[in-house]
Design a protein around this ligand. Structure first.
Ligand code: SF4
Length: 449
């Protein structure tokens, strides 16, 4: 490693934390150190950092807290991490104004982060967030190709440019088919979604969208059709939820393309979200239909995924015999829970009580468990004082264990009479000891699969 002085940084990418005894620590990097360039290429974000430092040898230029700029010629032993965590990236803001935007569906007075309209291809690659690709600069497009950011998760909604621009309320939105084709020629692959807005992109528009996406071949790994989700605060003058017959009609189009894809490609390719089946009052397909459950975080096959996880953990559950376990969940999932938990009762010996919790923050139309406020869960648990354990949906809290209404998990734990555990799939939370055997486990969030 060698040092040189007096380089000028162009972009600010800062260190958040440096692991002790790491290469980063040896270099003298600290919280707040500015990382300026690697091999003379300026660093903008975590993607540059991760891709440009992937080699075993590179030159890093950084500005220390003293203001001194240094250049480090780094050769690291194979596989040895740098031990540098970066400050969170500045989120790319959305260029659209969809009538159904979840931000408009928020009540006022919530934490600031919930009002951010993000549309960020970087987070699409990293976390599977859906992005529209309407805010890409030529530089971003080049980076997607160079860094092979694949697969990306893309909100297509409609392939007809006029309809898509209408849905996004963005007259500048580029033509999505041409955009996807350009990327696909460079080897980029996509999981896509259509948020179904009745009267706008259903019917013949949905048929066209699926036809156009199918014609892009293997580049489109999957398509999901998700009914638009609205809250009490959404723009109901401009957008409405689909009726049952509209959901059924959409499922018929999905089935048609899925059947064709099974015949031609050996897998369904096109999926209805669980919510589409629920709203259509049509039974969900079997677990095998969903293959690797690639869009389960988008609510596609989530119920079957849960059942699969519970079944896979058979034989690994702790002794819960005689325990009373309360399961608060959203009103959409509650009717499905008896079939999900059927095997679990006999496997664990526990008695499960499913509690359908109405969303007191967004209104009863919001039925997903992931948006349940802590206050509503607290009220539901207050009347179950004799229970031993409450299993809460892990998706209802953020990384800071904070519910959507800003109640923190430890606050809830202090206010209710039973132990609480967050769980992704029941198996994660019930595989360990029961509450009486491990009373110190007052609050835990189990790792998801
Ligand atoms: S793409 Fe539409 S729904 Fe998504 S953040 Fe932007 S305005 Fe909201």
């Amino acid at each position: 490693m060698r040092n040189r002085f007096n380089y000028r940084a162009t972009v600010v990418l800062r260190v958040q934390e440096v692991a002790p005894n790491s290469i980063g620590a040896e270099l003298g990097l600290q919280t707040g150190t500015e990382l300026l360039s690697v091999n003379e290429r300026p660093l903008e974000d975590f993607l540059d950092w991760e891709f440009l430092t992937a080699d075993d040898a590179f030159v890093l230029r950084a500005r220390l807290l003293t203001g001194e700029e240094l250049e480090f010629d780094i050769e690291r032993p194979e596989g040895m991490p740098l031990g540098v965590a970066l400050q969170p990236p500045r989120i790319r803001r959305c260029a659209n104004h969809c009538d159904f935007c979840f931000v408009d569906g928020n009540p006022t007075g919530m934490r600031q982060a919930l009002y951010i309209r993000d549309d960020d291809y970087r987070l699409s690659f990293r976390y599977g967030n859906f992005a529209t690709l309407t805010n890409l600069k030529p530089w971003d497009e080049a980076r997607i190709v160079e860094y092979r950011l694949s697969p990306l998760y893309v909100s297509v909604h409609a392939t007809d440019p006029v309809v898509r621009r209408w849905l996004l309320r963005n007259p500048e939105a580029p033509e999505i088919v041409a955009q996807l084709r350009r990327f696909s020629e460079q080897g980029i692959r996509f999981h896509t979604q259509v948020v179904l807005v009745p009267g706008v992109n259903d019917g013949t528009q949905l048929e066209r969208t699926l036809r156009d996406l199918h014609a892009l071949g293997e580049a489109i790994l999957s398509v999901s059709v998700v009914p638009v989700a609205l809250t009490e605060f959404s723009k109901h003058r401009l957008v409405r939820s689909p009726r049952r017959d509209e959901c059924r009609a959409a499922l018929a189009v999905v089935d048609q393309w899925a059947t064709r894809s099974v015949a031609e490609r050996g897998h369904p390719w096109c999926f209805g979200a669980d919510d589409l089946y629920l709203q259509a009052d049509v039974p969900l397909p079997a677990a095998a239909w969903y293959g690797d459950f690639e869009q389960q975080e988008n609510g596609v096959g989530a119920v079957r995924y849960l059942q699969t996880r519970i079944a896979a953990a058979q034989g690994g559950y702790g002794n819960w015999r005689g325990k009373h376990i309360v399961v608060p969940t959203g009103t959409a999932m509650a009717p499905m829970m008896p079939q999900v938990l059927a095997g679990l009762e006999s496997e664990t010996g526990a008695v499960f009580e499913i509690v359908a919790v109405e969303n007191s923050l967004f209104g009863p139309a919001v039925t997903t468990a992931g948006l349940l406020p802590g206050a509503a869960i607290e009220r539901a648990l207050a009347t179950r004082a004799g229970a031993d354990l409450a299993l809460l949906p892990a998706e209802a809290v953020n990384d800071d264990l904070c519910f959507i209404d800003d109640m923190e998990a430890h606050e809830l734990a202090a206010r209710v009479s039973m132990e609480i555990r967050f769980s992704h799939d029941f198996a994660d939370a019930l595989s360990g000891a029961s509450p009486s055997a491990q009373s110190s486990m007052r609050l835990g969030v189990e790792e998801g699969p």
